[in-house]
Each structure stands twice: as structure tokens, then as C-alpha cells.
Design a protein around this ligand. Structure first.
Ligand SMILES: [Zn+2]
Length: 294
């Protein structure tokens, strides 16, 4: 994924203290047949001529062996480690997309969320945050919380690494913020207090799959304006969506404990809704509450 030109968000708070590290962006190699198939898939998904995309990817492929630096830990000041800068860049890009897109498609102005990078544990208005919880969004302080070690876990435990896979995780949390701005989270939470646990979980699945779809909508527009998608990116995100689906997670006896792990939808559902957003670029296409079968 090309993210170096996104700029940096002003809404990131770095609470790590000890600085970043331990996060590398895997660089793509040559253009194999698998890549071409994936690019064709991307082209199909986004309605672009695959040949153009392949040409673009070739150009991007060269000169991208940029060094992955591990700067010395710094307690405060601007974020300079690659992991932190990556998260900030993706957040900035979601701001640019949603600031324009949300009013245009829904008539509602967008409010930018905050994002806290922490390590180990921190506080949120929704309660204490621990890295073992995985990334999450707290509607009360409109903040995304993330410990970058989650990306290493995705790579190591779920084999779902890659910069676009990580971007998808951030975009999914931002998707929850979009749901919040639209007033949907509040409506769902009110309803969940009135129904059975099973029904409440089903509502949660719809909220999660909508966030996946909204992540796809972001990716569509980011790619349209910044040509940010590269070879294998969509495959990466779909792999990540599948890897962190409930059914797959439950098979992992150890690893990250996602608090609402029974409420995210199956791997197939997550992949399908992400692709739905990626193909349409339309917020309206993400209304998981309108369909009877997810
Ligand atoms: Zn979620």
C-alpha cells in the first residue's frame, strides 16, 4: 500500500512513552502470476482496467525498498517510528476521505475521531484498555485505541500481515466511529438493552460487518484519489478479515482475546462485506440492518 503521501493526522496521541519499534512493512517482490490475478481482481472490484493497475504497480514496485528505520525511543514529541507514522498516515487518509464522503453521501458532517497509540495498558472512557483486547473504538471519547504489537500478532499468529491488512484494521475501527457519527451505535446499544443476549449478539454482528463494509468504502475512495492500493493489497485485507473472523478466532486456542469475539461475524461474512464496500464505494451499500441474510 502507498501511504507515504497521506500526510500525518493531528489527532494521534502517543502514549507509549518508550517509543515504537518491532513493526516492519513487508515490501513486495516481483510481479508473479498470483499478483497479476490479484491485480485483475482489484481492477474488477474497483472497475478499473487491470492493465493500468499492473503498470502502476510495476512502477511502484521499484524504488520502494526504502529502509525500515528503527529510531531511538522517544518519550514525547512528533511520532517518528515507522509503525506510529503508518497509523497516523492511515488515520489522516480516513479523515480526508470521510470529511468529504460522509456529507456527500449522507448529508451529515464528519467529526474526526482521536486515536491513541499505547503499549501494555492505558485508560479510556469505556474503561481500562489492555493490549490483549486488540484494537477497539470507544464511542464515549470517540477514540480508537491501538497497541501496535497487535500487528505483529496478526502476522505471527494469524498469518495476516501486510500494511494494507493493518490499514484495514484501523479503517474498521474508524468505521465504528462513522457508525457513531451516524447515530447508529447509540440506537443499537439502546435496542440491545431490551432484547435477549442472542439477539443482542446478532445486532453486534451487524454493527461489525457494517464497519468492515465501511472500511471497504474508505479503501475504494482512497484508491480512487491516491492510487493507494498495490499488488496483493486486497488479498491481504481479505486474508485479515477472514483471519480475525469469529470462527477462525475460536480455533486459536491462545492469542488475542477480543472481548466481543463472538459478535464479529464469520470469516466469509467479513470478507463479503468488506468487498461489498470496496466494490460500491457507497455508504448506503453497507446497511447490514436492511438485509435478512448477512
Ligand atoms: Zn469492530
Amino acid at each position: 500500500m502507498r501511504w507515504e503521501d497521506f500526510g500525518q493526522s493531528v489527532n494521534v496521541e502517543d502514549r507509549r512513552g518508550g517509543g515504537g519499534g518491532g513493526f516492519g512493512i513487508p515490501m513486495g517482490g516481483g510481479l508473479g502470476i498470483g499478483t497479476i490475478i490479484v491485480l485483475t481482481l482489484v481492477g474488477w472490484a474497483l472497475g478499473i482496467n487491470p492493465a493500468i493497475l499492473i503498470g502502476g504497480a510495476e512502477m511502484v514496485g521499484r524504488g520502494r525498498e526504502a529502509s525500515i528505520e528503527r529510531p531511538a525511543p522517544r518519550p514525547s514529541g512528533p511520532i517518528e517510528d515507522e509503525g506510529g507514522r503508518f497509523v497516523s498516515a492511515i488515520l489522516k487518509n480516513t479523515e480526508d476521505v470521510w470529511n468529504e464522503l460522509l456529507p456527500a453521501q449522507t448529508g451529515k458532517p464528519y467529526r474526526e475521531p482521536k486515536l491513541v497509540i499505547f503499549s501494555g495498558a492505558t485508560r479510556s472512557r469505556c474503561g481500562p484498555a489492555q493490549s490483549a483486547m486488540g484494537p477497539f473504538y470507544c464511542p464515549l471519547d470517540q477514540t480508537v485505541y491501538i497497541d501496535l504489537s497487535f500487528f505483529n500478532e496478526m502476522q505471527r499468529k494469524f498469518r495476516a500481515g501486510g500494511d494494507f491488512a493493518y490499514a484495514y484494521v484501523i479503517a474498521h475501527e474508524v468505521g465504528h466511529h462513522v457508525e457513531n457519527v451516524l447515530g447508529l451505535l447509540e440506537r443499537v446499544q439502546r435496542r440491545q438493552r431490551e432484547v435477549s443476549q442472542v439477539e443482542a449478539n446478532q445486532l453486534s454482528v451487524r454493527v461489525e460487518l457494517m464497519a468492515d463494509c465501511l472500511a471497504g468504502v474508505w479503501a475504494f475512495h482512497s484508491n480512487q484519489r491516491w492510487k493507494s492500493l498495490e499488488e496483493g493489497d486486497v488479498e491481504e485485507a481479505m486474508n485479515a478479515a477472514a483471519a480475525i473472523g469469529d470462527d477462525r478466532l475460536q480455533k486459536q486456542s491462545q492469542g488475542y482475546v477480543v472481548p466481543d469475539s463472538f459478535t464479529h461475524g464469520s470469516s466469509a461474512q467479513r470478507t463479503r462485506w468488506f468487498m461489498q464496500g470496496l466494490k460500491s464505494g457507497q455508504v448506503q451499500s453497507c446497511d447490514t440492518f436492511r438485509v435478512s441474510r448477512l
